[in-house]
Design a binder for this molecule. Structure first.
Ligand code: MFK
Length: 564
């Protein structure tokens, strides 16, 4: 009898992705339904080419960037402070391709007018899950470009804007958005940075606690020209700050540390000291928060589309693995429960994509001045709602995705866990779920958000579109429930207590309405059953009652509501 160790030659093959544009029938159906025919025909070959690049070179660069996170060298051998940050070749590859493909530029060239944003975000939907979150610098860069369009002076329009929107990697510039301080993460108004007039400029002194990405060319940041009294607040202004001086040295900035984060490890996030950094004021003095809102409303839409990109990838990889992996006598993808879980991942990405891509269409209209007033109000309302909802769904899909791979999915070197770690940031940065729920109330209270929503929903409720009579009846019922619920909320505290539940409900109802509309132009069984599933198991009227059960009076809260 041989005493050799029992041996198997079996090796599990890794799942292979093909072309993420060609393989995503839903994305193609969506673009065909929502773009003029000639525009779709013109951009489809471009998306097809890019759909391959994101599953080949981009994935390889992303893996390289993940395994070689940025390194900070604070001092050179002679003790001189240098604060050099080295990023990987993979990260640089992802930057180069982002410029070449015009991932920001498409939105500003506006070659297809109001449709340009949908085209641009379709490219980002393909890119993000293969980008080691290089999408984050792109989001801030895009927000900065929009900020300059709306609030910039000639200096920024001529100096910074062309670089931010360039397709030439040698000229492409990126921007950071530095808002977070030790005193204020969500509560930005507590920022302590001081801006001291220095000739034509200001010198900024302060401490920025969480800044992405320090390797950018410029940043937009908040500071006060007055000293806050007794730890209180002083009105903040917005500043544009070049990160480096003309000679390449840092603009009176010290990099205290790079942050050690759960995910987004390829992205250099730093803790900084501003020691008299030269900056220019942008917009009106004392109006820093509402001015920078232009920027973070864009990054929140990027967040939404990025969440969907992860959800799509969770589905695509799990589907591919289902074909490769066998168990109990057949490929796991042929087992009914695997198939069923896969179907839920599919419905999740498609449903969330309906919301995300709808937002990009509204944004395109708004920027090309063809949005109606209610559409602008709807964009304002659905920006926080879309961001908070899709972020949570992306985390759930990324977690399920790990489980689809069993123990392999739990291994770092499989590359699978990174999605869950990265997705976890989507519900935190750019405003947490709770902060964005309050922002939804702000949009309702100050910017006709609810009127915008009614104007969107009510005409759609008059028509059955692609829904069956039964589906249509359920949608109408769900809408009535929302309006009745809203009518009963008497005090600001009651509104605040149910803001989060309401935001989820509004997201789910919006998706149902968008499904019905989409199915009208794509009468496929898969889409119909997705709407059935959505209506019966996703929009839960009981959600709205949870604030009554866990309401303010059950929490012994003495404080007043934050919203007036
Ligand atoms: C993949 C995608 C990646 C994305 C990139 C990630 C990189 C990370 C970079 C980061 O910076 S992460 C940190 C992000 N931080 C936040 O998003 C801050 C979250 N906190 C909030 O959003 C709070 O709601 C806010 C700081 C805005 C509250 O500020 P205030 O001053 O306490 O609130 P207030 O007084 O209600 O609002 C001040 C003004 O701003 C008001 O205008 P008026 O003065 O005219 O009345 C508001 O209407 C306006 N405003 C607030 N939020 C707005 C807005 N206007 C338009 N849109 C909004 N969303």
């Amino acid at each position: 009898m041989s005493n050799a160790t029992p041996h198997s030659d079996f090796l599990q093959k890794a799942p292979q992705l093909g072309n993420e544009f060609l393989d995503d029938q839903f994305l193609r159906d969506y673009l065909a339904a929502n773009l003029p025919e000639d525009v779709f025909k013109e951009i489809a070959p471009d998306l097809e080419r890019f759909g391959k690049l994101v599953t080949t070179d981009c994935i390889a660069w992303a893996r390289e960037a993940e395994t070689n996170p940025p390194q900070l060298t604070q001092f050179d051998a002679w003790g001189k402070r240098v604060d050099e940050i080295k990023v990987s070749q993979g990260w640089l590859g992802l930057e180069r391709v982002a410029a070449e493909e015009g991932l920001v530029a498409i939105g500003y060239e506006r070659k297809y007018g109001a449709h340009s944003r949908l085209y641009q975000f379709a490219t980002l939907y393909l890119y993000t899950a293969s980008s080691a979150i290089y999408t984050s610098p792109l989001a801030m860069t895009d927000g900065a470009a929009r900020l300059i369009e709306l609030h910039g002076d000639d200096f920024l329009r001529k100096g910074a804007y062309p670089g931010l929107t360039s397709r030439n990697p040698a000229e492409f510039l990126t921007s950071g958005q530095w808002m977070t301080e030790r005193t204020g993460g969500s509560d930005v108004s507590r920022s302590m940075t001081i801006a001291v007039p220095a000739g034509e400029h200001f010198a900024l002194h302060g401490h920025k606690w969480f800044t992405s990405a320090i390797t950018a060319n410029m940043a937009f940041t908040l500071a006060s020209t007055d000293q806050p009294e007794n730890g209180g607040r002083a009105p903040l202004s917005l500043f544009h700050l070049p990160i480096r001086n003309d000679d390449g040295s840092l603009n009176h900035i010290e990099v205290e540390a790079l942050k050690d984060k759960l995910g987004t490890r390829a992205l250099p996030t730093a803790q900084l000291k501003l020691l008299g950094s030269k900056a220019r004021m942008v917009g009106q003095k004392g109006r820093g928060v509402p001015t920078i809102a232009t920027l973070f409303n864009i990054t929140r839409i990027y967040n939404t589309v990025s969440a969907v990109s992860y959800m799509r990838r969770a589905f695509a990889l799990s589907a591919a693995y289902g074909k490769e992996r066998s168990a109990f006598g057949k490929p796991v993808g042929e087992h009914v429960l695997y198939r069923r879980t896969l179907r839920e991942l599919e419905i999740a990405y498609q449903s969330n994509a309906l919301l995300a891509l709808f937002l990009t269409r509204l944004l395109g209209k708004e920027e090309c001045n063809v949005a109606t007033a209610p559409e602008s109000a709807l964009l304002r309302l659905l920006t926080p709602v879309g961001k908070l909802y899709t972020a949570k769904q992306a985390i759930a899909s990324a977690s399920e995705h790990i489980e689809m791979f069993g123990g392999l999915g739990y291994l770092e070197d499989s590359g699978i866990p990174v999605m869950l770690r990265d997705a976890q940031t989507l519900s935190i940065w750019e405003g947490t779920t709770n902060v964005l729920s309050l922002d939804m109330l702000r949009a309702m209270a100050k910017e006709n958000g609810l009127e915008g929503f009614r104007d969107f929903a009510e005409p759609r409720l008059q028509e059955q579109h692609g829904a069956t009579p039964e589906q249509w009846r359920i949608i109408q019922g769900r809408y009535t429930t929302l309006m009745t619920f809203l009518g009963k909320l008497a005090t600001p505290m009651e509104k605040e207590a149910s803001a989060r539940d309401m935001a989820f409900y509004i997201a789910e109802l919006t998706i149902a309405l968008l499904w019905a509309e989409f199915i009208a132009s794509n009468r496929k069984d898969g889409y119909r059953s997705a709407l059935d599933y959505w209506l019966n198991f996703k929009i839960n009227e009981q959600t709205l009652n949870s604030a009554a059960i866990l309401g303010p009076e059950t929490m012994n809260l003495k404080s007043e509501s934050q919203i007036s």
